[in-house]
Design a protein around this ligand. Structure first.
Ligand code: ADP
Ligand code: ZN
Ligand code: ZN
Length: 744
């Protein structure tokens, strides 16, 4: 017997299948998915890999498998899925297998992991009563000291960095407290636990409303009958979707099954996780990008062993090694993050469908503004639709106003904040309420141009204009990270009339301070969110310290709940509207509705949308918060223009340093496509991509519109890009993406 083995390695040339002889002694134990060690290359070195197939004959096999390791093996289902993904997403099987393994499963990494890290832990050095007496007698009186000690009273033995994050007190304070003998700092092994051991109050299921009950009953029926089904819960924010998810998961636990819930990374806030911990306790595993490899490895093992039964995570949590899957939930199902933009370019929603069907369990999608494609499937009865029209906690929807920015200039307002918005901010400040200002561009100015000759400052590696960042006084490329000092004089014509155009969050923050001299502001965008946990810190600070105004990009749209925010200003609704992308309008609408939802969850809230396109249907319907109207308009346009969901868009991209080679190869692929195309495909000529150079790599593309990507279509594309000549020209990288998130 022979085994086909995929080597667990990042090296490009090992990304193939190798044949090995299965020794007789292994014939009974070896399975598809087994992790094996095989002699590889010269000498006695063993490489590790996975068995993906067996066969009776092999031309190439001349070495035997040396060892099988049961731990960290994959299942046959994993291998089937990896093969399917490799074909569907035009990538290597090994790229897909990596997603199904916890990080650090290569032999070298396992050895490293055994050496556990140690860290400093903080313990109280006195009895709780003693501390309280000292506080009462004002022997301990600094607020920061009291804060730390009181936290320790409830959570003794906390990892020092966690303590720092939770109490927002600097490490110097801990040193003082140690010197005074109130606490001791002890070095010990770090027990990797992504949560600070905080006490969370137990929460019980709520009595469902009629709408919620109907939805719950329908999906629970599938759970009880072990039936696959696709469901969409379409319900406005606060309509109680999460409560339904939790009650469904309750049923899953009763049946001793496991649940996977996907959420956008940015929604994985402690607030959200706490709700699940409060309801279900420590059977909840959380997978997010901030976990260290060690933490991720631990969670992976806890899930595989059945210790944790509810997996909450971003996109890649769909591959969590649950034993007995009973439900998959995808919250905010319209979110772009479910589609991977790096190899393998998989769509977690598609995979979820496949995995749920395989496990005979329901798939539940939830959103206030469903993906147009999902809603269309619901209308066609391919997905069961449940609509929640009312807010479960009776909170009101905000009042949304549109300001036509074309009139502002006419009435003498040159600021980017309209008079109306200025007015509302003032009122809000008086009432001591908080405001959020949303602008989907970071930096200060978005491009720099010479007024005399028209020169635009561009990145030296990419064909893209540089953004001015005032805080560092630098020009930056948002594509490759290139930075340079700012320019005062035009490098082409030496004119001094260099102007800064466009506005980003930094400029907005400046302007806010000019207009409202005494307000406190906090800014959240990619520039301020850098350190570990910083995203959390900013939002906590905004909430806990009652900062007047939060200024931010897309990042502020999801996640946290801010009870004191009663005003949201969308500074420019047009930024995303004008993008050359078939989903630009849908995204604008979704974003506007979601940002609006940030205003006045509990009290009456106001939203002001500033725009130069007040008549655009996305803006008008976002004002009315009317998804159904928007859907009807958008779907008829999509149909007319041959866009998804009626047609799939396949983007074949070519990139590399040699422009001539790119032209040649893309023309060759085009020719090959034309030679085998079918009637349902429109194949467009190779052209430069909208951003035609990134990091010194030229970029060209071919677009194909296909009435549906069938197996036949995949074959055609695979044929077209797999030619000897193409394989040999290693300098041109080809990627294929179906319905990509961005078209640039
Ligand atoms: P969504 O996920 O749709 O935004 P949530 O499930 O978070 O909605 O519910 C919004 C708020 O209403 C939460 O505070 C939740 O606890 C509460 N809630 C949800 N369902 C009920 C119910 N049936 N009875 C009372 N309160 C509810
Ligand atoms: Zn010039
Ligand atoms: Zn660049």
């Amino acid at each position: 017997m022979y085994a086909e083995v995929i080597i667990n390695s990042n090296a490009k040339d090992l990304n193939r299948i190798f044949d090995y002889i299965v020794p007789n002694c292994m014939e009974n134990t070896i399975k598809i998915g087994a992790r094996v060690f095989v002699p590889f290359g010269k000498g006695s070195k063993l490489a590790d890999g996975f068995v993906i197939n067996f066969k009776d004959e092999s031309e190439f096999a001349n070495k035997e498998i040396a060892k099988i390791e049961i731990e960290n093996s994959l299942t046959e289902d994993n291998i089937i899925l990896a093969k399917l993904m490799a074909r569907k997403y035009f990538c290597n099987i090994s790229d897909c297998i990596k997603l199904m393994l916890p990080p650090g499963t290569s032999s070298k990494e396992i050895n490293n992991r055994v050496k556990e890290k140690t860290g400093n832990f903080v313990f109280l050095n006195k009895q709780v009563d003693e501390i309280e007496i000292l506080i009462e007698e004002r022997k301990i009186k600094r607020d920061t000291h009291i804060k730390v000690l009181r936290f320790l009273e409830k959570n003794d033995g906390v990892y020092i960095s966690d303590l720092e994050t939770v109490t927002e007190v600097s490490k110097a304070v801990f040193k003082t407290l140690e010197k005074n003998g109130y606490i001791k700092i002890v070095e010990k092994q770090i027990e990797r636990n992504p949560f600070v051991n905080k006490k969370i109050e137990k929460d019980n299921p709520k009595k469902l409303t009629e709408e919620q009950q109907k939805c719950f009953d329908g999906i629970n029926f599938c759970i009880q009958n072990n039936e696959f089904s696709k469901n969409l819960i379409y319900g406005i924010t606060g309509s109680g979707k999460t409560e339904i998810y939790m009650q469904l998961i309750g049923k899953i636990l009763e049946k001793e099954k496991d649940a996977i819930m996907l959420v956008p990374e940015i929604s994985l806030t402690p607030q959200m996780v706490d709700r699940f911990l409060a309801r279900f306790g420590d059977v909840v595993a959380v997978l997010h990008s901030k976990l260290s490899d060690g933490e991720r490895y631990d969670e992976w093992q806890n899930i595989a062993s059945g210790k944790k039964k509810i997996v909450i995570g971003a996109r890649s949590a769909i591959f969590a090694p649950v034993k007995n899957l009973g439900i998959i939930i995808i919250d905010e199902e319209h979110d772009m993050s479910y589609k991977a933009e790096n190899t393998p370019r998989y769509n977690a929603k598609d995979l979820a469908k496949y995995i749920a069907e395989k496990n005979s369990c329901p798939l539940v999608l939830g959103s206030a503004t469903p993906d147009i494609t999902t809603m269309q499937s619901a209308k066609e009865n391919e997905i069961t639709l449940y609509t929640l029209k009312n807010r479960a906690n009776k909170a009101k929807l905000p009042i949304v106003d549109i300001v036509d920015m074309r009139n502002e200039l006419a009435i003498g307002n040159r600021s980017m904040i309209s008079f109306k918005l200025q007015d509302e901010i003032n009122k809000n400040l008086e009432k001591k309420k908080q405001t959020i200002l949303f602008l989907n561009r970071r930096g200060y100015s978005t491009f720099i141009m010479c007024r005399d000759c028209g020169y635009v400052a561009k990145c030296k590696n990419c064909n893209i204009s540089l953004t001015y960042h005032m805080s560092e006084n630098k020009l930056k490329c948002h594509y490759c990270g290139y930075e340079r000092s700012t320019i005062k004089e035009c490098p082409e014509c030496q004119s001094k009339k260099v102007k800064y155009f466009g506005t980003g969050t930094q400029k907005l923050e400046n302007e806010v301070h000019k207009l409202f001299p005494n307000v406190s502001t906090i800014r959240m965008d990619l520039d301020t969110v850098t350190k570990k946990n910083s995203h959390e810190e900013i939002l906590n600070k905004f909430k806990n310290e009652n900062v007047d105004i939060l200024i931010g990009t897309q990042m502020i749209v999801k996640g946290h709940h801010f009870p004191n925010v009663t005003l949201v200003g969308v500074v420019s609704a047009d930024n995303s509207l004008n993008m050359d992308d078939y989903r630009a309008v849908e995204r604008t609408f979704q974003t506007l509705v979601q940002v609006s939802g940030r205003a006045g969850r509990e009290e009456n809230g106001n939203v002001i949308i500033q725009t130069y396109n007040p008549d655009h249907y996305a803006i008008i319907e976002a004002q009315k918060q009317d998804y159904d109207l928007f859907y009807n308009q958008e779907i008829s346009l999509r149909k007319m223009l041959k866009y998804p969901p009626f047609y799939d868009i396949i983007l074949i991209s070519f990139s590399g340093k040699n422009l001539n080679q790119i032209k040649n190869i893309s023309n060759l692929v085009h020719k090959r496509l034309l030679s085998v195309q079918n009637d349902n495909m429109s194949i467009y000529k190779p052209v430069p991509s909208p951003v035609d150079k990134i990091q010194n790599n030229y970029r060209w593309r071919i677009i194909i519109k296909s009435s549906k990507v069938t197996s036949k279509v995949l074959d055609i594309i695979n044929y077209a890009i797999n030619d000897e000549k193409i394989k040999k020209s290693k300098e041109v990288k080809i990627t294929v993406d179906i319905n990509p998130n961005t078209m640039n």
